[in-house]
Design a protein around this ligand. Structure first.
Ligand code: SDX
Length: 389
């Protein structure tokens, strides 16, 4: 065992450790920048669609019109769910399972219906990734309907990815604005470097396990409130505060009791998360159009950001800023999405990031197997149980 002198450094949480190279995304955490394959996230959120961004992440370039049309058609074709998967979703919804547990189980079950599950070629992995990507919104919409004793609405092939998702959720075609809001949400959540859920799915694929298993690892990891579960927690935080004039008092109490402001802080962004900035502006429009709860949540969020950032700055913590999960609750609420579903939408979008990263890694795979530093005793004598006192 290492002596005190040559004790190796432990990088808890693998902080600051590069595990592979990538061309998928780049986060400039000091300057509020995020790029997907070199394109600034703002340009994609403003001008692109989720299908186009998915093509970009899978092929490392933007598609020609004919390529995008084919890609969209392939995704639309793959939205249906096997009857048995619908039954499992219905059963789990009746048990009031958390939506993230239902998505995790349903994706796992889908593998049994995929004849290529064990085939580990680039072409097969892309086909499987597209199937999972296309079916995830159908799983979420199904559980939403079943948990409200409503009938499942089968997918339509003539609608875009997010338009069809909103149609399957609410039983009517969304407005152009609603479709744009959901497309922005899907684009902003698609890919984000070596985040915890991406790493979990990469560890899985590094053992040459299959792409379904890698996605299930990602879902299981994204659920945590320090990661994808933060948007749901941020919503409840705004509701707990209740109104903008209660923010000051809430912040004093929260920080005094070492509570985290959910939706703020980030391992890589030591500046404002550009995705949060984009959502903040969109939420301003949403608050004006919808009024009601979205407007109240927005006003609380804006006030909480102002007060919390002032407090953090006074403590020298300018690095704690809003992240992607801080402003999405307002948009989700306007789209009729309940808080326990927020992370499932993050999941549906991030499947493209996990699978793109897995397929990129498989081009030059290496088993991911770090070390842990043993600090216990050695060569202890085994004492028979009747002599242990
Ligand atoms: C996502 O990695 C990704 O890219 C993730 C993601 C993606 O797209 O995949 O961006 C999505 O997960 C966004 C993050 C969502 N999580 C939250 O909003 C939960 C609240 N945030 C924190 O728990 C925290 O900021 C983390 C978990 C996000 C990052 O934590 P780190 O890097 O491990 O930092 P830390 O917990 O060690 O905190 C450092 C200090 C601590 O103070 P001290 O103990 O040193 O005195 O900063 C404080 C923390 O207490 N701090 C906060 C805070 N975040 C950090 N204090 C109050 N409120 C916060 N939100």
């Amino acid at each position: 065992m290492a002596s005190q002198a040559e004790k190796p450094k432990v990088y808890k949480g693998l902080e600051g450790i590069y595990v592979t190279e990538t061309r998928l995304s780049y986060i400039d955490g000091l300057h509020s920048k995020l790029y997907y394959v070199g394109y600034p996230i703002e340009a994609l959120a403003k001008n692109s669609t989720y299908e186009e961004v998915a093509f970009l992440l899978y092929f490392l370039r933007l598609p020609r019109k004919d390529e995008l049309d084919l890609f969209k058609a392939l995704m639309a074709e793959a939205r249906e769910l096997p009857e048995d998967v619908l039954n499992v979703v219905k059963k789990m919804a009746s048990l009031k399972a958390h939506p993230m547990d239902i998505v995790r189980t349903a994706v796992s079950y889908l593998a049994a219906y995929d004849p290529e599950v064990g085939v580990n070629t680039p072409e097969s992995n892309l086909r499987k990734s597209l199937r999972i990507l296309s079916k995830a919104p159908s799983i979420i919409a199904a559980m939403y309907r079943f948990s409200r004793n409503l009938d499942y609405i089968p997918p339509r092939k003539d609608l875009s990815h997010v338009e069809n998702f909103l149609y399957m959720l609410h039983g009517k075609r969304p407005t152009e604005f609603e479709t744009k809001v959901m497309d922005v949400i899907f684009i902003l959540h698609a890919e984000h470097g070596m985040n915890a859920s991406a790493f979990a799915s990469l560890v899985t694929i590094s053992t040459l396990s299959d792409i379904y298993s890698a996605v299930v690892s990602g879902i299981a990891t994204l659920k945590g409130p320090l990661h994808g579960g933060a948007a749901e927690a941020a919503y409840h935080q705004f509701k707990e505060i209740g109104s903008p004039d209660k923010v000051e008092e809430w912040v004093q109490k929260a920080l005094a009791s070492k509570r985290r402001v959910m939706g703020m802080g980030h391992r890589v962004y030591k500046s404002y998360d550009p995705r949060a900035k984009f959502m903040r502006e969109l939420d301003g429009e949403i608050a004006k159009i919808y009024g009601g709860e979205p407007k109240l949540l927005y006003e609380i969020a804006i006030k909480l950001e102002e007060v919390a950032l002032k407090e953090f700055a006074e403590k020298g913590r300018m690095d704690i800023q809003p992240n992607i999960d801080y402003y999405t609750p307002i948009a989700y609420t306007a789209l009729g999405i309940p808080p326990e579903y927020f992370t499932t939408i993050f999941t549906a979008s991030r499947i493209v990031g996990w699978t793109a990263k897995a397929m990129e890694y498989l081009k030059d795979p290496r088993l991911i197997r770090p070390l842990d530093l043993y600090v216990g005793e050695l060569d202890k004598e085994y004492v028979p149980i009747d002599k242990r006192g």
